[in-house]
Design a protein around this ligand. Structure first.
Ligand SMILES: [Zn+2]
Length: 72
């Protein structure tokens, strides 16, 4: 079995999130850009937070865009 393309994973996760607007809204509340340009919502004891938008923020933004762009 081959690994799916990262963008396909992101798109799939966004599609799932689009059905749960409260979840993506919450993600966008937590995963905001910090003063250092990194995600304030991603914490790790062993490495720096990723640059914002992190994967979760990007996913939630994509989900919101998909939901708003979809009639009904
Ligand atoms: Zn994050």
């Amino acid at each position: 079995m081959t690994q799916p393309e990262p963008d396909l994973v992101l798109a799939g996760a966004a599609a799932a999130l689009a059905a749960a607007p409260a979840v993506s809204a919450r993600l966008l509340e937590v995963h905001v850009e910090g003063p250092d340009g990194r995600c304030a919502g991603c914490h790790s004891a062993v490495r720096l937070a990723p640059r914002w938008p992190c994967r979760l923020a990007a996913c939630a933004m994509l989900a919101t865009a998909q939901r708003l762009g979809r009639p009904g």
